[in-house]
Design a protein around this ligand. Structure first.
Ligand SMILES: [Zn+2]
Length: 348
């Protein structure tokens, strides 16, 4: 009987040590202490033992029973500890596998790409970025740019006034900026001369939306003020931009154009790539698309910015990225860019 007890002890201690899960330990426990477990049933055979043997076997049995119970409990704790450690060291994701499979890579919006290319191109020429507010005063958007209240040129910009019922002449009247030119006087006053800045961002026009026009648009503008700056520099900058952004094959022309804040002013046109100059819906039948507006900064504007027009001259040059993007990517309808339609945007 003593041998039998020792055998059970050895056999089960091995099984307990080899158990890797709580479930396996439960099975071992039942095999020992369940209704038909070896430890449970063993005392039934003690009746055949002599009194002398009982004195030896009884305490041995109790001791082995306690040892096995203890061994199971200890191994249970070990298994638990091990599983906790596993959780700590294992990297696990909260994402469902299905979602990971659908994951896709995004990219920058085509207009952002175009603007970044333009910024890089002009950074190489020493231009720095300069921001101006989207909500601005009549003063910075019009007045100091040689467009006083009542000036007929104001009709060139259909403006969102923040208080549409107050039409009286007030220098502090607020509006949504119609162009990035509201940065000009601020930059002149803050940075002085020589000046090379680019001003980029959203502008707003009270305008009906069609294939060529949006009420909300981006603008890119440079202001270049130094001694002896002239129209040849303007020609160079226009060609530099068109070649860098649109490639060497783009045909461009400059023609006189009136803007109140430049003298002389020029419109920079690119040949319409959709009709090759024949005239179509996109170019409004003209065969050319106006890509940029530019000119020599008006002496009055320089004076308003604290710069002596007898000593310095300057260039203002700007374009609408939407219009240029139409040509660059061959998109006929300007509305596609701001539609947020992924089927369109994923093509870039
Ligand atoms: Zn055309």
């Amino acid at each position: 009987m003593e041998e039998r007890i020792e055998k059970i002890k050895t056999e089960y201690q091995n099984r307990i040590q080899q158990a890797q899960t709580l479930k396996e330990l439960d099975e071992v426990f039942l095999a020992l202490f369940g209704k038909t477990g070896e430890i449970t049933l063993l005392p039934k055979d003690f009746s055949s033992l002599s009194v002398e043997d009982k004195k030896i076997v009884g305490p041995l049995f109790n001791q082995v029973k306690i040892e096995l119970e203890k061994a199971i409990e200890e191994r249970r704790n070990e298994v638990r500890e091990e599983s906790y450690k596993k959780l700590e060291t294992e990297k696990f994701s909260l994402q469902l596998p299905k979602l990971q499979a659908k994951e896709r890579k995004g990219h920058l919006h085509p207009l952002t790409q175009l603007l970044q290319e333009t910024i890089e191109a002009f950074e190489k020429l020493g231009f720095q970025q300069f921001d101006a507010p989207h909500i601005d005063s009549d003063y910075y958007n019009f007045e100091v740019l040689n467009i006083p209240e009542g000036h007929p040129a104001r009709n060139l910009w259909d403006t969102f006034y923040l208080d549409p019922y107050n039409l009286g002449s007030q220098p502090g009247r607020m509006l949504l900026r119609t162009h990035t030119s509201n940065s000009q006087i601020r930059a002149m006053k803050q940075l002085g001369t020589p000046l090379r800045i680019m001003s980029i961002g959203r502008c707003f026009r009270y305008e009906a939306v069609d294939a060529r026009h949006e009420h909300t648009l981006d603008q890119f503008e440079i202001v270049y003020v130094d001694k002896k700056v002239n129209m040849a520099n303007l020609q160079y900058l226009s060609e530099y931009f068109l070649k860098t952004i649109l490639g060497k094959d783009i045909k461009a022309r400059m023609r006189p154009k009136y803007y109140p804040f430049v003298e002389p002013g020029a419109g920079v046109d690119g040949l319409c790539l959709f009709c090759k100059g024949k005239g179509c819906r996109v170019c409004g039948g003209a065969g050319w698309l106006e890509l940029a507006g530019a000119g020599m900064i008006h002496p009055t504007v320089l004076k308003n910015g604290g710069i002596d027009p007898n000593e310095y001259s300057g260039i203002a040059w700007g374009f609408g990225p939407l219009r240029v993007a139409m040509l660059k990517y061959g998109i006929e309808d300007v509305r596609s860019f701001l539609s947020g339609d992924l089927r369109f945007l994923e093509k870039f």
